[in-house]
Structure formats: structure tokens, C-alpha cells
Design a protein around this ligand. Structure first.
Ligand code: AMP
Length: 606
């Protein structure tokens, strides 16, 4: 029997919720007691299923299902290696190319290749695997926070637009796929997972109407709310910002029991008519809280029974921790799971820990996992030494850094995810990992991931506009400014003019440079800017000549070697941003608002 079904089948027969929770914990114990043998079975299962695919046949496994043969014959790959196969599937080739099962849809990753979202093939059975991981989260949380079955979760959940491949396969983000699935829509009642948001609000494709009604329901049920969350920290802060901008209308709706005319979706109107009743007392409360200048602790002021925030603040999202602390008065931040479009990996077994202590336990039944030892300093120097040998999940060593490599049921074989993880300990025999960072990501505000090469291209593209003014960009660096919501990219430019006495550049030219940079960035960035508005306008700050030399002087005064010094292409260290900000001569933004329907190509997003 496939490993994924063991827990779901057994839980089917359980009546009592406590017993169900106990079963989930027992399942985690079983999976983590001997991860090596689970991994061996998973690989054998995957190779049994996919051994005869076009991709694997190339490597002549001749029916072998063991790790040694697999590792010796199948190469480690990145997305670009698989792209031709994926493209054929997208174009309608239904033969077993990567996977023996039919590809049911593509999941669009926030990771990009050539500026476009990566397309990850998925199969129907993956729904069960993802559902299994979800079903473990609340049982674990209940070990630390009691009585979560006595109230509701205000979780801001959204679907995004989907596209179709040339052959008609749907391509959409994994969460959109999940929320639209029967697993989610027809989920049985579970007292630990009762949301204030009705399905109609979550499934409304219009992001304003979805957010508005989710917020409205959250306000109406404010005393029932035990946890407030979104998938990522940036999403929860957008919801707070939304409340700042819309509380007056929301309070009006609550006072009158009528829905804003901006809500036009028919099923949403019908569903809200059952929830919304005139409540002057609540409307006055919302007005009194929101009209105040000071929004410190607004989350606990409005939702006083909140026990924790359910948001991922690891990785790039760590930049939002101080703001979340401000709005919540320091409530615990629970990072519950670690997952991707390619595969769901694992969960945090101590979800109420400090964000800096978050570790994820990879569940060995989710896929076959290998680990490429990672050496930060060697990669920084561009070392050409041969790549070290990959190790298995059960062989990773405490304290070491690794890059995650996965083999999945849906046909990815020895695929580099691009995440760098550090082993922080073990649960039973299963290693636990701190998410260190995504490889090569320089700037990120929401789910966008901009790497150094993309930033370089954007600067080059914009600087062509300077040529006719005999000016060039002598040096640049960047900063993800999340001081206001939505955050935005700041690019510091030191300009070199042919003659020092030349007049300053016309403002419109630098505004155009901002636009040229934004147009050059990847589709996830552009979607965040235009469709989701989760990223603010890119800003160019021109700094005084000599500023980058000062940055170097600072680094050298702290022990950097002159020979090895390289301008950092992104800064977050306060002394460096202070130097840069104190030398700003002028700053520029794109000066027009993007219409919602824009000529920019926008792919469907996370
Ligand atoms: P996507 O494919 O767009 O779903 O993005 C998946 C990526 O998001 C992962 O490979 C990680 O880089 C990042 N990610 C997912 N979960 C977490 C987490 N709990 N903490 C930090 N980063 C995460």
C-alpha cells in the first residue's frame, strides 16, 4: 500500500477528535523513527511507478529500485534540464514522459526561469499527499496551545488567476489548486479548522472582494477568533493595510447590515447576506479602534482572543517580524510548515517557538530527499572543485548546510529545489532543518524572488536611457524596503557623468529608468506590482559621487580584504543603509499608476 494512504485511511474510522489528533502524532512518531527505511520504500515506490517513463528509461535502470543504482545512473538536474520535457507535456504530449500517471495540471512556482514562472507537473494523487501534511498541523499545534477547537481561525486565503497551457492543461499556484479542490471545498467539519472566511470569499477570484469579505467576517466574528494568519507574513500585513484603508466602509456595512456596492460577486453577496446583520455596537467599536493614529497591538485590540499568528516568517519573510510584533504586541509567530510547488516537505514540530529557532522536520513519506553539502564560502568564491557527494535524509550531519534535492511521485528526479537548509537537531531519527535561504535570491518583498543576474539586467536596461546624456551607472546596490506596506525595491545609483559640470539629469529620465527596471524584472515581480499590488513602485535613489568608496572603506575598517572586496548588490546591514541614505541626492519612482489591465504580460501567481 502506498505510504501516503496509511494515515488517511486509519483516521477515516476515528470518531473522536482527540483520538484523531493522537493518531496523527503517532503517525509522525512512526515516520520519524526510521526515516531511512521509509525513504527506501518511497524511492522503490517512485521507481516502481515511473521506471518505464521516457525520462528514466534514458538512464537504463533496468528495473532496479534501489538507491545505489538510482544514484549512480540518474543525474542531478535543475529546472532548465527538465524544461524541454515539461514543454512537451504543456504542448499536449500525453505519453509517459516524466511520470507514469497522467499530469493533471501544472503548479506555477514563484521561482522563475528566464523571467517566467517555473511549471511543475503534478498528478491527482499529490492532493492526498498534501492533504496528509495539512492534517498533521493542528494535532501538533494542539500539543502546545489548548482549546483551539473552541473557536475559529481568521486566515486570509486567496486564489489566483489560472492560465492554460497550449494543450489545455491548467497552470496555477499550488494553493489555488488546493482551495479549488474537493479536498478543501467539501472538507468534513473539523473543529480545529473552522475558518471565519466562508468558501465563497476564499474562492472569489477578485482579490478586493475576497479580502473585503474575509475582513468583514473576521470583524463580525471577532470574539471567536483564536488565531490570525495568512500563508506568508507579507500577506497578513497586506490585510492589516487593507483594514487601514477600508475600515470606514467596513464599519458602515456592519452598522447598516448592508454590503458595500463594491461587492458584486453573486454567490458572495448571497453568502454574506446570511452573515451580515446590523450591529451598531460592533460598528462603533471598529470605528473607535481604527480611527486612532496608533495602530500598535491592533490585532489583539480587535481580536482579543488571538493566541498566535499563523504565518511563515522564516527565510525572506523574517524581514516582517518587527512589524508583526508591533501590530500584535509580540504574539507568538507560528511557522507551521515547509512546502513548495514541487513537493510538500515537512512541518515544524515546535510551532510556538521563537522565529529564530524554527526548524522543520522533513516527513520521509512525502518524496525521496537527498542533500548536497553546501559550502557558503566556496560558492561565494566560485570554487571549481568537484561537487561533493549527495547524502540521504538519514545521513545528514548536525550543524551542516545542505541544498535540498528531491525525487517526487510526479516525476522530478534528483531535482535541485534551490533551498539551503541547516541541520539543527533530530526528532527521533529524522533530521530537523532551519531554512537558511533560497539560493541566489537578492531581493524579495512578497513571493517575488529577484536574483543578482536579474537585477544586473534591469540596471543595464535602464542605464541605456542615460547614454544620450553622457551618463552611466558607475555603481549600484539595492535594498528591500519593507518599512511601509507594501514594501518596495530601492536601487541606489552612483552616476558617472562625462563632465562633472554637466547639468543634473531631467527628472523624467530617471522616472523612465524606474519603469525600465520594473519592465525588465521577472513575471512574479510584475504580477506583485500590477495585479496583486503587493509590491510598491521601485525607487531609484541617486547617491553622491564617492558613496560606494565609503562603503568599501567601511567594509575594510571591519576587516574585509581590499583584494577581495566586492560591492554588495544588496544591503540590509543598518550601518551600510545609513551611509547610503545619508548620501542620497534625489530619489525617483515610476510616476503613473498602472491600470489594472496593463500591457505588461502577467502570469498567474502564488
Ligand atoms: P513556491 O514553489 O512558489 O510554492 O515556493 C516554494 C519556496 O518557498 C520554497 O522552495 C522555499 O524557498 C520557500 N518556502 C516555503 N516554505 C517556507 C518556509 N516555511 N520558510 C521559508 N521559506 C519557505
Amino acid at each position: 500500500m502506498a505510504i501516503v494512504s496509511e494515515f488517511s485511511l486509519s483516521s477515516h474510522y476515528l470518531g473522536c477528535d482527540d483520538e484523531k489528533n493522537a493518531k496523527a502524532i503517532q503517525f509522525i512518531e512512526e515516520m520519524t523513527q526510521n526515516p531511512d527505511s521509509v525513504q527506501e520504500r518511497v524511492l522503490a515506490e517512485i521507481l516502481g511507478q515511473n521506471g518505464e517513463t521516457e525520462y528514466l528509461k534514458r538512464f537504463q535502470l533496468t528495473g532496479a529500485k534501489d538507491r545505489e543504482t538510482f544514484k549512480s545512473k540518474v543525474p542531478i538536474v535543475s529546472y532548465e534540464d527538465l524544461q524541454p520535457y515539461i514543454q512537451r507535456i504543456a504542448n499536449g504530449d500525453r505519453s509517459p514522459i516524466l511520470c507514469a500517471h497522467p499530469i493533471s495540471e501544472f503548479l506555477t512556482s514563484s521561482g522563475t526561469s528566464g523571467g517566467e514562472r517555473k511549471l511543475m507537473p503534478t498528478i491527482v494523487q499529490d492532493h492526498d499527499r498534501r492533504q496528509l501534511l495539512y492534517s498533521l498541523l493542528m494535532p501538533v499545534m494542539s500539543l502546545y496551545v489548548p482549546n483551539l477547537d473552541k473557536g475559529k481561525a481568521l486566515n486570509f486565503l486567496f486564489i489566483k488567476a489560472e492560465t492554460k497551457t497550449p494543450s489545455g492543461l491548467v497552470a496555477r499556484p499550488v494553493l489555488t489548486s488546493y482551495y479549488k479542490s474537493d479536498h478543501f471545498k467539501n472538507r468534513p467539519y473539523d473543529p480545529y479548522n473552522v475558518y471565519t472566511s466562508p468558501n465563497e470569499a476564499i474562492l472569489c477570484p477578485d482579490s478586493f472582494q475576497s479580502m473585503y469579505t474575509q475582513m468583514l467576517c473576521g470583524l463580525i466574528m471577532r470574539h471567536d477568533v483564536l488565531r490570525v494568519g495568512a500563508v506568508f507574513a507579507s500577506g497578513l500585513l497586506r490585510a492589516i493595510r487593507f483594514l487601514q484603508l477600508n475600515w470606514d466602509q467596513l464599519a458602515h456595512d456592519i452598522a447598516t447590515g448592508t454590503l458595500s456596492p463594491k461587492i458584486t460577486d453573486h454567490s458572495l453577496k448571497e453568502c454574506m447576506s446570511k452573515i451580515l446583520k446590523p450591529d451598531t455596537e460592533l460598528a462603533n467599536f471598529v470605528r473607535n479602534e481604527c480611527v486612532q493614529e496608533n495602530w500598535e497591538r491592533i490585532i489583539t485590540r480587535i481580536w482579543p482572543n488571538t493566541k498566535y499568528l499563523d504565518v511563515i516568517v522564516t527565510g525572506a519573510m523574517a524581514q516582517y517580524i518587527p512589524t508583526l510584533d508591533y501590530y500584535s504586541g509580540g504574539l507568538p509567530l507560528a511557522c507551521t510548515m515547509y512546502a513548495s510547488s514541487e513537493c510538500y516537505f515537512g512541518l515544524n514540530l515546535k510551532p510556538i517557538c521563537n522565529p529564530s529557532d524554527v526548524s522543520y522536520t522533513i516527513m520521509p513519506n512525502m518524496g525521496y530527499f537527498e542533500f548536497l553539502p553546501h559550502n557558503d564560502s566556496a560558492s561565494a568564491r566560485g570554487s571549481h572543485s568537484p561537487e561533493p557527494r549527495l547524502v540521504d535524509l538519514a545521513q545528514v550531519e548536525y550543524g551542516k548546510l545542505y541544498e535540498l534535492v528531491i525525487t517526487t511521485y510526479s516525476g522530478l528526479c534528483r531535482y535541485r529545489v534551490g533551498d539551503i537548509l541547516q541541520v539543527t537537531g533530530f526528532h527521533n531519527k529524522a533530521p530537523q532543518f532551519r531554512f537558511v535561504r533560497r539560493k541566489n535570491v537578492l531581493l524579495s518583498i512578497d513571493s517575488d524572488k529577484t536574483d543578482e543576474a536579474e537585477l544586473q539586467r534591469a540596471v543595464e536596461s535602464a542605464s541605456t536611457l542615460l547614454k544620450e546624456f553622457d551618463t552611466s551607472v558607475a555603481e549600484y546596490t539595492s535594498f528591500a524596503d519593507t518599512g511601509s506596506i507594501p514594501g518596495h525595491y530601492v536601487i541606489y545609483w552612483e552616476l558617472l557623468m562625462k563632465e562633472a559640470s554637466m547639468a543634473p539629469l531631467p527628472e523624467e529620465v530617471l522616472n523612465q529608468c524606474c519603469l525600465a527596471m520594473e519592465e525588465s524584472l521577472n513575471s512574479v515581480y510584475r504580477q506583485g506590482r500590477v495585479a496583486d499590488r503587493s509590491i510598491g513602485p521601485l525607487e531609484i535613489r541617486v547617491v553622491k559621487s564617492g558613496t560606494f568608496e565609503e562603503l568599501m572603506d567601511y567594509a575594510i575598517s571591519k576587516g574585509a580584504s581590499i583584494n577581495q572586496y566586492k560591492v554588495p548588490r544588496c544591503v540590509s546591514f543598518t550601518p551600510l543603509t545609513e551611509i547610503l541614505n545619508s548620501r542620497v541626492v534625489s530619489s525617483f519612482y515610476v510616476t503613473f499608476l498602472f491600470p489594472t489591465s496593463t500591457s505588461w504580460h502577467v502570469a498567474s501567481g502564488n
